[in-house]
Design a protein around this ligand. Structure first.
Ligand code: ADP
Length: 595
């Protein structure tokens, strides 16, 4: 399936990297300056050698000592400055990486919720983990390595040209074969490596399957077939290994050969010039050493081509997330608290509607229970009412403004949704609750915990509101986590609440108790609660039955029971199947209509 999240083009990816680099111009300049100094010190050796050779035996001890001293100093300077340049390069890399990660997180958090829902978390997680990792490897190591190699390369060529301008030409014949070889390699390498990785994955998957199903394989005598299958897989893998090995051998082999060419040309051509008295032997020797100094950085630059390509693919995927168009928002303010679904059709996939013309207009302050068989479209309806998705046709409006067009902060003050999927952040319980209202006092926090029946679980916490929960913190029961999610909702205090199986993780007695305590607190607010436990329907003012994406029944519990339709059937099945106490045990007058 094609990804819903876009992939950035090469230019946009590069622009994003460059903007990160631009913020650390000083550090990059320092790295380049240090590397120029280091590379310049590296050029001293051949110069000294040139002088020694050209002095043709007229060397005093003092000259030798001075030369040795200069050589040593140059070596130390080169080492120290290269280390400095690498450090600056690495700092730049880390900084750029940190910025890109921060931007990525900020972008992901700002993504329109509907896009995240539709894209699913898999693609986003791969981008946030594998792609960011691939990219970080390249940025961390690549920035310093490429910086050092490029500067060294340029300076070695400059030194070669300065020492013997004519010998500078020896570099030229190497460029076309290197460019051609690199293009040849890059064109073939990436698909070959991908196929090799895929072939290896097949071997792993089949082996794992064989081991996991060992008993079945033995009992059905499938051993020979599995071995043949594994042999086939391994043969395929080896074939791809061979192919990539051949590519490496040809490419790196031809590069090695190409590296020798400047040296050979330098010596041959330089030798001729020496014979004709146009160049000193010292200059040829120095030029040959400079030509040799080019090998290592050029090798580094070529070796990095591959990684740079892979990293740029990852970078494009990471940057692509920022190309999701921002959600279209309205500045209109809802005029009242009325939530209305008007002839709503909705489809996840274009060809098949999941909701077929839903009309719903609960009175302000009403308590609705939405029930129906699994897969009927209840959760989808909840997502639409809460403005997560936009209807395909029709409208969902609050106070006359379409919910999906309201900015998230505004929308959450009007309509809020609690589903089974709640998240506890790795911080104190206080901070987890204050996400919903930053200025809530401890008294208010305790009051909402009380309202959601969570005081017993709360008292068991070692440090009260300061207890760190969430990943890495104290582990709490799923039921308590769900109570915290509802407590957040109470703090957020919207006038309309959509609860989608919000108490499903509590046992039924606790759930019912919680729902009743919350109901008291929510007096005057509209509550639309989806629940597979029909006691919620029994307690609600209005029951809405959703079947196959349509509202099939609408009325009070008693009305729908006496109508003897879908709700009556659901109710009787639920009563038989559940070991739940009948509502008459604890509820008032309407209980008599239950059976
Ligand atoms: P319910 O809440 O009543 O169990 P849902 O609203 O979850 O029903 O699902 C209604 C239909 O929509 C089902 O056929 C389900 O397979 C489909 N559906 C739900 N979520 C998605 C999704 N993210 N992508 C595609 N189809 C979905």
């Amino acid at each position: 399936m094609a990804s819903i999240l876009p992939v950035a083009g090469g230019r946009a990816a590069w622009r994003s990297l460059r903007s990160g680099l631009a913020e650390r111009r000083g550090l990059i300049a320092a790295a380049i300056a240090l590397q120029i100094a280091a590379s310049a010190a590296g050029l001293v050796g051949p110069q000294l050698l040139e002088r020694i050779i050209n002095s043709s035996g007229a060397l005093t001890d003092a000259t030798i000592d001075r030369t040795a001293l200069l050589f040593s100093i140059a070596l130390v300077v080169q080492t120290v400055f290269t280390a400095g340049a690498r450090a600056c390069g690495a700092l730049t890399g880390e900084y750029v990486l940190a910025r890109m990660r921060e931007r990525f997180i900020a972008t992901v958090l700002a993504l329109p919720i509907g896009i995240v829902e539709r894209a699913g978390t898999g693609d986003l997680m791969t981008r946030a983990s594998t792609d960011v990792d691939d990219m970080s490897q390249a940025v961390r190591r690549g920035v310093p390595e490429l910086l050092v190699a490029s500067v060294t390369c340029v300076l070695a060529i400059v030194a070669l040209v300065v020492t013997a301008p004519i010998l500078g030409l020896v570099v030229v014949p190497v460029i076309p074969p290197l460019v051609l070889a690199t293009r040849w390699y890059l064109h073939r390498a990436r698909p070959a490596y991908q196929r090799e990785a895929a072939a290896q994955a097949v071997v792993n998957a089949d082996l794992q399957e064989t081991v996991n199903a060992a008993r079945t394989i033995e009992s059905l005598r499938l051993g020979a077939r599995r071995i043949a299958q594994t042999d086939d897989d391994i043969r395929d893998w080896i074939a791809w290994e061979r192919r990539t090995l051949r590519l490496r051998t040809v490419f790196f082999g031809s590069c090695e050969a190409a590296y020798i060419v400047p040296l050979v040309l330098c010596i041959l051509f330089g030798g001729l010039l020496v014979i004709h008295g146009q160049l000193s032997i010292g200059a040829v020797a120095a030029a040959a050493l400079y030509a040799q100094q080019l090998v290592s950085p050029v090798d580094t630059l070529l070796a990095w081509q591959d990684e740079v390509q892979l990293a740029s693919a990852s970078l494009s995927r990471v940057v692509g997330v920022s190309e999701v168009p921002p959600a279209e928002m309205t500045e209109r303010i809802p005029l009242d608290q009325l939530l209305v679904a008007d002839h709503v059709h909705f489809a996840y996939n274009e060809d098949a509607d999941v909701l077929h013309g839903i009309d719903l207009a609960p009175e302000v302050g009403a308590r609705l229970a939405v029930v129906g068989p699994s897969g009927a479209g209840k959760s989808t309806l909840a997502l639409l009412l809460a403005g997560v998705h936009a209807p395909r046709t029709g409208a969902v409006e609050v106070g006359g403004v379409e919910t999906h067009l309201l900015p998230p902060e505004r929308l959450r003050r009007e309509v809020a949704l609690v589903t089974q999927e709640h998240h506890l952040f790795a911080c104190s319980l206080r901070d987890n609750l204050r996400l919903a209202r930053a200025d809530a006092s401890d008294r208010q926090l305790l009051a909402v915990l009380e309202a959601v029946d969570a005081m017993q679980a709360f008292r068991a916490l070692p440090s009260g509101l300061d207890t760190v929960i969430g990943s890495g913190g104290m582990s709490i029961s799923p039921g308590f986590a769900q109570q915290i999610a509802i407590a957040r909702l109470l703090l957020a205090d919207p006038h309309t609440l959509v609860l989608d199986e919000a108490t499903s993780l509590l046992d039924s007695r606790a759930a019912r108790h919680l729902e009743r305590s919350v109901a008291v607190l929510l007096e005057g607010r509209t509550v639309i609660a989806i629940s597979h436990r029909l006691h919620a329907a029994h307690d609600a003012e209005v029951v809405v039955v959703v079947e196959d994406g349509r509202i099939s029944e609408y009325g009070t519990h008693a009305e729908l029971l006496s109508a003897g339709g879908a709700y009556a059937r659901l109710w009787s099945t639920w009563r038989q199947e559940s070991a739940e106490p009948g509502p008459q045990e604890s509820v008032g007058p309407s209980a008599s209509t239950a059976d």
